[in-house]
Design a protein around this ligand. Structure first.
Ligand code: PMP
Length: 405
């Protein structure tokens, strides 16, 4: 494993030095929910409040100029990383907000059809249900998208196809370039939820062919409350209106600002944008290719530990190929995943997620409807931590009566 990356990163993570829940070292395996935050990102956020603390695009004074310049610089840097133009990048609170902006902004009619694979996150399902008719694309036995079924559904003339680039449950990547091409041939827009793929190095979103894509900084070492919406923003009606979205208002009406500003209503999370800028600098410093390669190695390591334990059934099957370092485990009958997560946390300082992972249609279909235990690693995870975590899981399972061999 390229532990070099983990070591560099761990030296920058205050929480692995200071947080010692229960007096044991923290083993954080809930990175698909939110990642740990390195010092340079914390410093950028604090630096905004310490040294600037003024609003953007509102005034003519020096501090507002400094904030506005940095804000637009981060937008330009984000665009460069994605292979896009700055006007194609809007800052939003998170992936969920971005997908709501797209779903509401496209002016869909109630009988328009939107296709989503069964593995989408609720954030890429419920916004579409609110505005259109949703049809689910089936999955194969290994939880990859059934492209034959997708092809069939495309013949029905959907307006939009909305896909998870990487599943937050199974860690499987979707063949998005091919899916985008098929959607476009059928006359549909292609929307990509990149919340789990960008963190693992898939940053060149403009090259996927997606018309729109969204991700959140907090899943890639960055702050909470700031995310990115990429795409043909000029074609979206704003979800929110108000200050910042217009350049002229009189007694009769208003004139919307050009994209992306018409989508950024109200005072934005400026500190968050500073933090996002530091996050991109940090990941660029590690190298996007290195980040992706490291994740593949981590996924192989993670699934190796799982495959040694036949009583753990990962959703989407075993094998790490085409997967991020995310695994959701169906535990043996009568074992409560929530209780296991609680015991791992309280007795071993191992932090894992349990539940239905905001993907209940998937869990209920390919799981058995019970909550699962999700183990998700990130750049700072070491092989030793995975070993310790799986040994802890063995102990917890044997405590609740599962023979773990
Ligand atoms: N999509 C996927 C695939 C996710 O994993 C998540 C976060 N769990 C989201 C969307 C939502 O992200 P956020 O909570 O940052 O809006």
């Amino acid at each position: 494993l390229r532990t070099g990356i983990a070591e560099v990163l761990r030296a920058d993570l205050p929480i692995v030095r200071t947080a010692s829940p229960g007096g044991r070292p923290l083993i954080y395996l809930d990175s698909a929910a939110t990642t740990l935050t390195p010092e340079p990102v914390i410093a950028a956020i604090a630096g905004y409040y310490r040294e600037v603390s003024a609003s953007v695009h509102r005034g003519k004074h020096m501090l507002s100029d400094i904030a506005s310049t940095r804000f637009e610089q981060v937008r330009a840097e984000t665009a460069t990383e994605l292979g896009a133009a700055a006007r194609e990048i809007a800052f939003v609170p998170n992936t969920t907000a971005a997908l709501n902006v797209v779903a509401s902004g496209l002016r869909l009619r109630p009988d328009d059809v939107v296709l989503v694979p069964l593995d989408v996150h609720h954030s890429n399902l419920l916004p579409w249900r609110r505005t259109a008719r949703v049809r689910h694309i089936r999955l194969n036995d290994d939880a990859t998208v059934d492209l034959d079924h997708y092809g069939e559904l495309l013949r029905g003339g959907p307006k939009v196809v909305a896909v998870s680039h990487c599943s937050n449950v199974t860690g499987r990547y979707a063949p998005v370039r091919e899916m985008a091409r098929m959607a476009h041939e059928a006359g549909a827009l292609f929307v990509l939820d990149a919340a789990q793929s960008v963190p693992h190095g898939e940053i060149r979103l403009a090259e996927t062919g997606a018309d729109y894509a969204a991700f959140s900084a907090h899943k890639m070492l960055g702050p909470t409350g700031i995310g990115v919406l990429y795409g043909r923003l000029d074609e979206l009606d704003p979800l929110l209106t108000g200050g910042g979205t217009v350049d002229w208002v009189d007694l009769d009406g208003a004139r919307l600002r050009d994209e992306p500003h018409h989508l950024e209503a109200g005072t934005p999370h400026i500190a968050g944008v500073y933090g996002l800028g530091a996050t991109l600098d940090y990941l660029r410093g590690l190298g996007w290719r290195e980040v992706a390669a490291h994740d593949r190695e981590l996924a192989a390591e993670l699934y190796r530990w799982i495959e040694q334990r036949p009583h753990l059934a990962p959703l989407g099957g075993t094998g790490a190929d085409g997967r991020a370092a995310i695994a959701s485990l169906r535990l043996p009958a009568r074992v409560d995943a929530d209780e296991v997560a609680r015991l791992l946390s309280d007795s071993y300082s191992v932090m894992c997620r349990s539940g239905k992972l905001c993907a209940q249609p998937l869990i209920d279909t390919i799981g058995d409807g019970r909550p699962v235990l999700r183990v998700s690693a990130y750049l700072y995870t070491t092989p030793d931590e995975l070993r310790t975590a799986f040994e802890a899981l063995d102990e917890v399972l044997s405590m609740v009566g599962v023979p773990v061999g």
